[in-house]
Ligand binder design. Structure first.
Ligand SMILES: [Zn+2]
Length: 283
């Protein structure tokens, strides 16, 4: 029943997109043509030109302002008066043709992550995921790659930047993940089409090999932003999670310009609600 409802919503969405398409062509084309809807709680669906995107919320988790010791108290008081910014842990699932690509795997069931539950609500099994693309190797992004010590996605080819791999060479947790996917890991040099239709863009600072992914007008920004309410207007503020704060702040400012210059839709692993911002303005 869930699947039927979901298909119905998808069909309506596609219809709605086609209709708005027709109208739009008479005037200036919109910078992005996406529609969203909540499929079930914590799952959001977007239709792009040539692919579909789902946000799979692994967990809702606020970001305490204690993570931003360098932020001016006046800015915090104005922008995040509660002292905790709304945030989440998200994975993103893209469907291109018959293939699924998963971007980051969340904390994992073992740590209370709900990403796999959200996937099963869409009737998608872990075995169907053929490609996983990782933004970086922090635990809230690769934890879900293992379940009970075994590969969660047994048929997946796993992609990540060479820089990220080099930065974590002596980390036991990362090594266990890489061992579980032995023979199916693909460290890459960032550039266009690291996987068909997916560009990888190095965005260092949060971690040395932190990587964003671009598909058409969608930019998956990984951990560029942790506390949207604070950092949207203050890219210079770094959470203590940013390993190289100066570089992270520089990267963040450059990416904000890039997003706005190209009118990109942004999907972020710690953005609240749907995890997607259709029109991003660094106000
Ligand atoms: Zn993270």
């Amino acid at each position: 029943m869930k699947k039927i409802c979901f298909l119905l919503i998808t069909a309506l969405l596609v219809l709605a997109c086609c209709q708005s398409d027709k109208k739009e062509h008479k005037t200036t084309p919109k910078p992005q043509e996406v529609k969203d809807t909540t499929v079930v709680a914590g799952v959001y669906h977007y239709q792009f030109d040539g692919f579909e995107l789902w946000t799979l919320q692994d967990m809702e988790r606020g970001m305490s302002m204690d993570l931003f010791p360098d932020a001016k108290p006046a800015d915090i008081k104005k922008l995040v008066p509660t002292g905790e910014a709304e945030a989440a842990i998200n994975g993103f699932l893209v469907k291109k043709g018959d293939d699924y690509i998963l971007f980051d795997a969340g904390l994992g069931i073992d740590q209370g992550g709900a990403l796999l539950d959200k996937m099963s609500m869409l009737d998608i099994k872990p075995e169907e995921i053929r490609t996983v693309m990782l933004t970086h190797f922090h635990g809230d992004h690769i934890g879900g790659m293992l379940t009970g010590g075994k590969a969660t996605f047994p048929n997946a080819e796993v992609y990540f930047s060479i820089e990220e791999q080099n930065a974590w060479k002596r980390d036991g947790r990362v090594q266990r993940m890489l061992d579980a996917y032995e023979g199916h890991t693909h460290p890459f040099k960032c550039g266009p089409n690291v996987v068909d239709g997916v560009d990888a863009i190095l965005a260092p600072g949060h971690t040395p090999g932190h990587t964003m992914y671009q598909l058409g007008n969608l930019l998956i920004i990984g951990d560029l932003i942790h506390a949207l309410a604070l950092q949207q207007s203050h890219p210079e503020y770094c959470p203590t999670y940013d390993q190289e704060p100066q570089l992270a702040a520089k990267t963040r400012k450059e990416v904000y310009d890039y997003i706005q210059d190209h009118k990109l839709v942004v999907a972020g692993m710690h953005l609240p609600h749907s995890g997607v911002i259709e029109e991003f303005h660094a106000e």
